[in-house]
Design a protein around this ligand. Structure first.
Ligand code: ADP
Ligand code: MG
Length: 355
């Protein structure tokens, strides 16, 4: 008689499956914050305030003045694939708002303790609810999980506490709160610059001073000055271009030849989402390599609006790195605009010093 040593296959518990899936999307506080900021912007907010404790690992809180969430929706808002932004499959490629997966809040609730307080304009009071693993959960054992009426302004406050409390390995890998806080600040800064017209702030819990603070009347360039300083903002060239053939529009502020620093800053937005593109990064390094002293790098803010069908965001679950459908054509077109802007700036500078 031989003993069967082949391991048998077992189905993982759904809570574990959801937690693993959530961990693919949410790697650190800054990923969670990005999703939360995009939700606040989708809700039409003009004021977004972020508070973090221990770099967002202990607490990450975002308060907005957007349209709020209806009380009746609070029961399902943290479930997977629940969204107010997508009704049928075809919408998926057309949708212009930032988040379109209905997965962000669900994911966060699988890896943190989530509390939502929200008030719509029509409601007399705000409602507060707590979530764990996608579902409403009682604040204390023995209490009901139903949303509770409370005082509050129009808009939504979302708090995520003890990130990765249930994934100790992930939690241990993120040891430095100050490094995480820098990433949080980086995300807030990017969205603050891109969304002139919306005031942003970000500070540590209990602190009087915000590390990032913009006002709603400020322009993109005001926000760049506010966050990156006037040594950058005074050396920027503005450009915009529409390419009708591919329904593609770009706007940029790029530094001129006077500005040179150790590392490239690239603030890239595609359809109003902060993303990375290796192709664009490489093109920028290339364009500036002949212009700046050896080891010198530029500052580039670039916002692209493009038919969603022409950009592939599904390279990675976090949707951070994107590819273009016509990658070469698209990046070459942007490169031509950059070169033109830099050449014009250069010749007017020469002209100025000669006169
Ligand atoms: P998605 O943004 O893809 O719809 P999310 O999980 O990020 O999915 O959010 C689920 C839903 O919760 C949204 O569709 C929206 O209706 C609501 N929601 C989330 N955050 C906010 C907010 N700050 N203000 C108003 N509604 C919100
Ligand atoms: Mg979203």
């Amino acid at each position: 008689m031989s003993i069967d040593t082949t391991p048998s296959i077992k189905r993982l518990d759904t809570t574990v499956v959801n937690r693993i899936a959530a961990g693919e999307i949410i790697h650190r506080p800054a990923n969670a914050l990005k999703e939360l900021i995009e939700n606040s912007l989708d809700a039409g907010s003009t004021q977004i305030q972020v508070v973090a404790k221990e770099g967002g690992l202990k607490l990450l809180q975002i308060q907005d003045n957007g349209h709020g969430i209806k009380k009746d929706d609070l029961g399902i808002v943290c479930e997977r694939f629940t969204t107010s932004k997508l009704k049928k499959f075809e919408d998926l490629s057309k949708i212009v708002t930032y988040g379109f997966r209905g997965e962000a809040l669900a994911s966060i609730s699988h890896v943190a303790h989530v509390t939502i307080s929200t008030k719509t304009k029509d409601s007399k009071c705000a409602y507060k609810a707590m979530y764990a693993d996608g579902k409403l959960t009682p604040p204390r054992p023995g209490q009901t999980a139903d949303p509770k009426p409370c005082a509050g302004n129009d808009g939504t406050q979302i708090t995520a506490e003890d990130l990765f409390y249930n994934i100790p390995t992930r939690r241990k890998a993120l040891r430095s709160p100050s490094e995480e806080y820098n990433r949080v600040l980086d995300i807030v800064s990017r969205y603050a610059i891109h969304n002139s017209g919306v005031s942003f702030s970000c500070k540590k819990q209990g602190s009087m001073k915000a590390e990032v603070q913009t006002t709603s009347g400020a322009s993109v360039i005001d926000n760049i000055r506010q966050i990156h300083g006037s040594s950058v903002s005074s050396e920027l060239i503005y450009g915009e271009r529409t390419f009708d053939s591919l329904d593609f529009k770009m706007q940029c502020y790029i530094s001129n030849a006077n500005y040179s620093v150790k590392r490239t800053t690239l603030l890239l937005f595609i359809n109003n989402r902060s993303v990375d593109s290796m192709g664009i990064k490489r093109m920028i390094e290339n364009v500036y390599s002949s212009l700046l002293p050896k080891g010198g790098h530029p500052f580039v803010y670039l916002s692209i609006e493009i038919k969603p069908e022409n950009v592939d965001v599904n390279v990675h679950p976090t949707k951070q790195e994107v590819h273009f459908l016509n990658e070469e054509w698209t990046i070459n077109s942007i490169q031509e605009v950059f070169k033109e802007l830099l050449e014009n700036a250069n010749s007017s500078r020469t002209f100025y010093t000669q006169s």
